[in-house]
Ligand binder design. Sequence first.
Ligand code: PLP
Length: 819
Amino acid sequence: MSKVKLNIRLGNTVEELRQDILDHIFFTLGRTEKIATLHDWYLAVAYTVRDKMMEKWVRSLDKLYDKKIKIIGYLSAEFLVGPHLGNAMINLNIQNEVKAATAQLGQDLNQLMEQEEEPGLGNGGLGRLAACFIDSLSTLHVPAIGYGVRYEFGIFDQRIKDGWQVEETDKWLKSGNPWEIVHPEISYHVKFGGHTNCYKDKEDMYRVEWTAEYEVKGVAYDTPIPGYKNTTINILRLWKSEAVESFDFNAFNKGDYYNAVSEKVVSENISKILYPNDEPAGGKRLRLSQQYFFVSCSLQDALRLCRLRGFSINKFHESFNMQLNDTHPAIAVAELMRLLVDEHSLDWDEAWEITKKTFSYTNHTLLPEALEKWSLQLLSSLLPRHLEIIYEINGRFLADVRNKFPGNDQRISNLSIIDETGERYIRMAHLACIGSHAINGVSILHTSLLKQSVLRDFYILEPEKFYNITNGVTPRRWLKLYNPELSNLITKHIGDRWISHLETELIQLEKFADDKDFQQKWRRIKLQNKKDLARLIGYRTGVEVKAGSVFDIQVKRIHEYKRQLLNLLHIIHLYNRLKKNPAEKITSRTFIFGGKAAPGYFMAKLIIKLINAVADKINYDPDVGDQIRVVFFPDFNVKNSEYIYRAADISEQISTAGMEASGTGNMKFSLNGALTIGTLDGANVEILEAVGKENFFLFGLIAEEVFSIKQQGYKPYDIYTSNPDLKEVIDMIGSGIFSNGDRNLFKPIMDALLHYDTYMVMQDYQAYIDCQKKVSEAYKDQNHWQKMSILNVARMGNFSSDRSISEYCTKIWGVSPKR
Ligand SMILES: *Cc1c(COP(=O)(O)O)cnc(C)c1O
């Protein structure tokens, strides 16, 4: 027995943990062991694990007051962190002790972990990147605060009914959230609407005063983010909107009690719900309100910390670097100017220098429909002072440009923050570029296309501001936690330093690539992971799948550019072959799809229906036997993904070249031993380079070809008429055989493919079919397949988010990461 500490809540021994859990059952939850539910036990364990962070957390907070340190503020509208418990136990290195303690209490830790509701505060890749980044920031001892919104409802839960997606609200807070600590004393007022007027102050200085129409209050909810086996615990600080007290008091005094309450309801709306991606534009006043709300709270908070740390306000940029995760927080540029000039009385030029040195901007997309812009009218009604500030920024900026390039009006209109080509809009990417000292893309290809296309004129103007920082994923969650058996095998052979030094350590696996015994073990683990997923699929969908088949998986948001349709055309092609020749033996495959479609994205929802329709036909056709299974795994999210990435033989990364900025799913799959079938898009390019082309199934057009074919006039219908196999596949969709004879149901998909095919599915079809043939051939040589799989993992070291964050530190933020 080890010594019992004075305060058992700080101790990490099994006895102390067990006692702490029991204390929480009794003192925190007001239960006894006898009547505690499974969820009570989960909560007690969660509080216990949180207790073990408190000492380090308080010390880390102290460090925020150290003047020598620059704090990274990571501004992001989304943080898709996933369940906390498993990750926290790994990073605190107490999973064995907690397991033993819960076992002594008659509880199964895995079952308790299942109880945790994931905070679905993001749509997909971008939100998940933010989560990997704060994990890495903590692991690399970089003091940081992740600033975002505490949405009451995160991304919707997806159910499948009759093959269609049905959305359900994500009530993630309904049973409480043991990971957050609310700080009512950390709160800020945020103004909206109204008007501005000018006046001269006592020193005869020209000033602007903003009289708001209404105000809300943002309250800080903090979640600790522990580093891996170290002493740093950073904060995820999410803002919840509430009514400002004065509203209630005023109305109360007037005797208008019910109006006071409805005022409260309106204020709370701002942080009510996360907006899904890819929705048609329009009616998004609340979305802009959310963006401004969290940005304003975060900047006011940073300014308060700056003063508390003893920095004067004109050294704000030495106290903080604020990273803009896409343009969602880009209004921060105008807001910091407002705070510095209007509230802190700095002069414009000084404020502008501070602002530029404070911000840096990460671009995440080239898709024109995803580039944020706000109508002038909306901005002027919601944020009148910011519109004035944006005009001033733009005017001064364009004057500089005119000096540099006299007489070039086209360049001026290309660079202007204001898009004047139709109804006038504010282009948020332009505001972000102009107000930042650094701009980065998220993969080599993406950065290079950025410089050539959407940000071309900014690149010509200030090339030194551009960087590439390829995305990464945290090996703690994506390998250690979510693939424990493979992790153990790796650790047995190369030690456990890979968990925090993936870049240098993982490569040592290479020397086992040809080792038959190691290959056997490698294969057995994959097989077990596939069996686990097969069981879950049976439970969730009723479809029986064989772990012996090739698990060919495409999980990601449903979007036309990601080309789930191309995958589906290949499946129908295989089906055709079997129908024509039932005696033919193909390499058995299980095709697994997963992903949410934006509720307003009609085509994406129809694609889900088509996947399910094809699945229903093929899975029950006796001519197919058990050679093909097609599954749509409902509600793909971080929690479910634990079972999915590790079970893949094949990772589908088949977006139209030039469309996917980076992708991170591609990295998770490869890190877990899947081989990629993919296009030269996003980070696939770098994955291919890293793992070697002999260990990657490459196909399809390259980005330049996509652009040039489009320019020449792309005619998908000609491909349809000239490729009989493709024609047959497409005609089947139109024939109604997947829709009980209904020829209209999938007509929008047919029309899009035959007449527009914006994402060149038809053009890449044959190359994809041919490449899939190679996959099937390759799988027959299992020794070679295992070798390729091992080499994929061994060579993924560079795709750790620790590497990404180290690059941000040295290239952009001017801080030093520590191992
Ligand atoms: C990694 C991840 C994504 C991003 O996947 P891509 O394949 O890069 O689009 C989306 N959603 C979840 C839940 C993820 O974990």
